[in-house]
Ligand binder design. Sequence first.
Ligand code: ZN
Length: 280
Amino acid sequence: MSDEYFTHLSDEEKNIIVNKGTEIPYTGEYNDHFEAGVFICRACKNPLYESNTKFNSDCGWPSFDDEIYGSIKRYEDLSGGRIRTEICCSKCNGHLGHVFEGENITQKNTRHCVNSLSIQFKAHINLSKIYFGAGCFWSVEKIFKQVKGVYLTQSGYMGGNTESPTYEEICKGNTNHAEVIEICYDENVVSFQQLLNIFWENHNPTTLNQQGFDIGSQYRSVIFYTSGLQKKEAKTSIQSQQKKWKDKIVTQIIECSTFYRAEEYHQNYLNKNNLGSCGV
Ligand SMILES: [Zn+2]
C-alpha cells in the first residue's frame, strides 16, 4: 500500500479502506443507488465498476456482478473462521469488500459485496433517459437491453398515486402505476427516433390498458419523456404511426415522474430465467 492514496481519507473511510473494516449494512450511500455511471476507488480514483453491473442483492451493501477488467485484486481471507475472498483495488490495494460466487442472483452468478465508503460514483453525463410502458416489463426490458447504444435498462413503476409500490400492489390495479422500463442511452449511437421505432414495433398501441392477455392499467402504452424534445418527437411519431393502425393509438405521452425500481427478480427477468418471451 502506498500511503499517498490514503492521506485525504476521513477516519471512517480509513477504517474500511486501510483497516479492512465493514460498514453497517443498509447504511451506505450507494446501497439503494441505481443511476448510470461508474464507481471509482475512493482512495486512488481507479475505475472499478460500471453501474450497469450493479444489482440489489438485499444484503445491505452495494452489489455488482462484474468488475471493470483488471481493476480488482482477490485475496484469500481466513478471518472470522471461514474462507472468503477479499477484494481490493488493483491500483492502491485499498479494501473494498468480498466476492461471492454461486448464489444464482444474476446471470453472471457473482456478487462483489462492496462497502459504499470504499467507492465513489461518477455519473455518465453523456447519456439520456427515457421511460416506456408497453405491457409486461419483462419483454420490453429484454428488447431494449440488446439495442446498441443502450447502456442500462431497469424495470420499474411510474405514473401512479402511491410511493414505493410493490409488484403485488401494482397488480391489484388500483395504484395507477404503469410497468415501465428505464432506458439510459447514448444519443451518439442510438437516436430517440430509433428507440421510438422499436417501441412501436413491439406492442399494440391501440388497445387501452391491455397487451394481449395482460389486462389492467399497469400494462398501458405510455411514454414518460424527460425532455421537451422527446415530447415533441413522440407526438410527431404518433401521427406517423397512426397510418399503420385502423384503431386509434391510445398511447399516453406524459412528463416523467418518480421511477420506482422494481424488485430484483423482475430485473432482466427473461434472460435470467432463459425465457424467450412472456406468457410462454
Ligand atoms: Zn484504489
